[in-house]
Design a protein around this ligand. Structure first.
Ligand code: FES
Ligand SMILES: [Fe+2]
Length: 468
């Protein structure tokens, strides 16, 4: 790793940029290619192999991350595999219906017990190693070893030869894991963010579709494509509805809690108190909020089939011709009426509900009442130029459909196989990655007003690297 570069311009703008640096109380001066001011990010953060290794060792191995949805493993014996860089784990539903997460590694000679991204059911609640057939119960305990007598006494005792457990917790219908037993609890990790995530009732949602691609870019490049609205005017003209510059509100989400952010109500942006600011719901100047809401949802339905769904469009079609100032209220009135008739347990409207949010380090969501489109981004092994990009659509179904089998992951998809808004987002990832690697620029230059979430992400990564 080379020494930290001082990006040109950083000195002259440091003072102006200082108020925008996300605040935490950890000294990050020893972190290579660190976030040194509130405007510049050194390009090496996106392709330097050793920086990627630091992220893995200091961040991925110490942060909470979601491994699967609860509905992926509904019945005892059901399992699904999750990989993060070198770690591979299996989430398994136990006979008592609780969930355990086990290292996917045989203690005999390290064979992986299931394949990456594998899902299914362990017959007879037995996990069988494909190499020499050692067997384990679904709680990881030893069940059977062929020809025990040939091993040195004591060397394969049940307390030594078992599948070790990884710390896990269930929240919002997700199974979260953390490889660090000393890390803060999941409740501490979310902190006050729970006030905004809880009312969304994600635990009542069920996955409608789950797709993935391997993208030629760093996992942060992929994540950042979804951390600002500044690109909407150029990359998603249909969503900007022709508005640009002062007519389009691309204000970003400020540092919130542990690098996370969300959107709910409207407050003015104040650089002195960015923590108070949240994105206004109407992004296009002069457009009545209800009309914007209805029109944007139509594009998002056609362009994502996730943020807005056929159900929302069915409701919207009933009220589309009403006067502008009536559509928003009427939409929710009709939605709740429909939900009641169809026995869909929508949560009550809550001013704290987020329509957009970021859960550090790699989970972005956008949604309406009762449904969500969300993304997960992961490094693809140790290659800093490759990432696993996943998108999932969730919706609260009718009560009678709650226990339907969850769809398995599709893909890897080619870019043209995604809904068009996602194609627009993915189209710039490889261009950015190539540009960062080119040596033509030494840093990216961000707007603290439009792109603060990107600083939040990087600042929090530096906090982890400096801490562990
Ligand atoms: S490696 Fe698993 S039984 Fe030998
Ligand atoms: Fe986008």
């Amino acid at each position: 790793m080379t020494a930290q570069l001082t990006p040109p311009g950083a000195v002259t703008t440091a003072e102006a940029a200082a108020p925008y640096v996300p605040r935490h109380d950890v000294d990050t001066t020893a972190v290579p290619f660190r976030v040194a001011d509130g405007v510049h990010l050194p390009v090496e953060r996106y392709y330097d192999r050793q920086f990627a290794d630091l992220e893995y060792e200091k961040m991925w191995l110490h942060t909470w991350q979601w491994a699967c949805r609860e509905e992926d493993i509904p019945e005892p014996g059901d399992f699904i595999e999750y990989t993060i860089v070198d770690k591979t784990v299996i989430a398994v539903r136990q006979p008592d219906r609780s969930i355990k997460v086990l290292n996917n590694v045989c203690p005999h000679r390290a064979t992986q017990l299931v394949e990456p991204a594998d899902a299914g059911t362990f017959g007879g609640n037995q996990i069988v190693c494909p190499f020499h057939g050692w067997r384990f119960n679904t709680d990881g305990s030893q069940s059977y070893i062929y020809c025990r007598k040939g091993f040195v006494p004591g060397s394969i005792d049940p307390d030594k030869m078992l599948l070790t457990e990884v710390r896990s917790a269930v929240k919002y219908g997700f199974v979260w894991i953390n490889f660090d037993d000393e890390a803060p609890t999941l409740e501490e990790f979310f902190g006050t963010y729970d006030k905004h995530l809880g009312p969304m009732a994600m635990d009542r949602m069920r996955v409608r579709w789950w797709k993935h691609s391997i993208v030629p870019g760093n996992w942060k490049v992929a994540t950042e494509a979804f951390l600002e609205a500044y690109h909407v005017m150029q990359a998603h003209p249909e969503l900007a509805m022709g508005a640009a510059d002062d007519d389009y509100n691309a204000d970003g989400v400020p540092y919130f809690h542990h690098g996370m952010g969300h959107v709910d109500t409207t407050t003015p942006f104040d650089p002195e108190h960015p923590e108070d600011y949240v994105l206004p719901p109407t992004l296009v100047a002069g457009m009545e909020p209800g009309r914007f809401f209805i029109d944007q949802n139509q594009v998002l339905f056609e362009g994502t089939d996730g943020f807005a769904t056929a159900r929302d469009e069915y409701i919207a079609d009933r009220i589309r011709d009403l006067p502008d100032d009536q559509v928003l209220l009427k939409f929710f009135e009709e939605l709740y009426k429909y939900a009641e008739e169809a026995d869909i347990p929508l949560p009550p409207l809550d001013p704290n509900i987020s329509t957009y949010g970021f859960v550090f380090p790699n989970f972005v969501f956008l949604g309406l009442t009762g449904n969500l489109l969300f993304y997960r981004f992961r490094p693809n092994g140790h290659d800093p130029d490759s990432a696993i990009f996943e998108a999932l659509a969730m919706q609260i179904p009718r009560r009678c459909d709650m226990d339907n089998a969850a769809p398995r992951r599709e893909g890897p998809l080619e870019p043209e196989d995604w809904p068009f808004v996602l194609q627009q987002d993915m189209g710039n990832i490889y261009r950015q990655q190539a540009g960062y690697r080119s040596g033509a620029i030494t840093h990216s230059t961000l707007s603290p007003k439009y792109e603060p979430m990107i600083f939040s992400l990087h600042s929090e990564i530096d906090r982890y690297i400096a801490t562990y």
